[in-house]
Structure formats: structure tokens, C-alpha cells
Design a protein. Sequence first.
Length: 249
Amino acid sequence: MDDKQSFQFFLDFYADLPRQGPGNDQFTQHILGLLIDLPPHPKALDMGCGSGKQSLILAQCGCRVTAVDLHQTILDGLVRRIKREKLEDFIVPVHASMDMYESKEPVDLIWSEGAIYIIGFENGLTLWKKHLKTDGYLVVSEMTWLTSNPPNPVHEFWASEYPAMTTIDKNQLLIEKSGYRWLGSILLPDHAWDDYYAPQKEKITRLRKTEMLSLSEDRILKEIEDEIQIFEENRGMFGYVFYLMQNCA
């Protein structure tokens, strides 16, 4: 199996799952509710939307969402959800990369759950600023160290998977350096991770029972299992943190 086939298997694994990253519908709604001076029907960008669980929540709360994702295989899941929920007037899916997308006009809100790391945290903050109105909000969730001294296996795992991962304090400095007003940070609760991983465990078990997996496919499933194990055995060492900020200029 070549690299292209392996990557397609990886995409296909996540494509029909409820989420492509840790999150929670109620938590998304709660954080949106903290942005109390948004207009009644804010224009929003959901960057790296995946199959769009959070896009649906934003739309159901009154946002008019442009949902941007590079991978059509996963974006197709959002298209189906939009039709099922009859939200065609509230969500426009766009097949584009987060770092190349050009908005037609500034928006009130940019939202990104578990995706900004793909283009780099600081790079994303800088690139997306041009899409925001003055005083517009940016909300992103980012994998973050919650301890300064993680055990070696945890440090080695994330040094390989996401070497740029850092602490809340350092991310705050990057936010302010990028020209945003720091509003605060909120840690995604553990149960949202459990809800995210449960369908993955079920799918891995099903695939191993029903499919003839190649060595490459089995290796990908093992890597997913390794991440789940690292989280479950080291709760509180790292997590997704939502960063809330406002465009100063």
C-alpha cells in the first residue's frame, strides 16, 4: 500500500465518525454563549470543519456559517448533515485549505476545533486575522500541555506527534503577539474525549473482525489505539484548551 492509499484509509476511518477531533455539542454551545455582544445572526467561519458537528451547533444557535475543509471525503459528511437538518440557509460548505481560503468580507466570528495545529497555531492566528472584523472573535481549541513535567512516554509520544505543543501561558503570549485581545482559556472536559474515542474503539474492533487489513492499515489502527491509551493513562497531563480572543485592529 502506497502513502496515498494509507492516507485515504486514514481519512476513510474518520469520515463517518461523529467528530474528527475531541469536542462536545454542549461545550461548543456554552463557549459561543460567552460571546455576549455578537450580532443576532453573526457571520462565522468554521476553519477545518471536518464533518461539521460544531458547524451544526453554530448554525442552530443562529450563526451563518461558512464551513471550510480541505478533505472532500470528510466534507461530504457535513453536506449530508446539512440536508438532514435542513440547514442549507445557514451553512455553506467550502472545499479549501485553511491557509489559502479567502473570505469575501470580514466576519464576526472564526471558530476552529482541533484543526489549527495543521497549519501551526501562531501561523493560523496571523493568517486568519484578516478575515475578522475589528472586535470580531476568534475561538480555537489547541492541544496543550497541562503540566511542565510529563512522564517520558507521554513527552516522547507528543514530541513525535505534535512537537509544537506548548502551555497555556506560552499560547497566551502568542495570541497577544499576534494582535489579539486575550479573553481567556477553557479546558475541554475529559468526558468529551471519552465520547470522541468510544466510536473509534468500536470501529477498530469492527474493522479487525470484518476486514482483511493490510500491514499498513493495521499500523494506522495501532497508532490510533496508542493515542487513546496515552490519553486514558495520563489524564490531566495534556488536553484540548479553547482559547478565546478578540481582534484588536
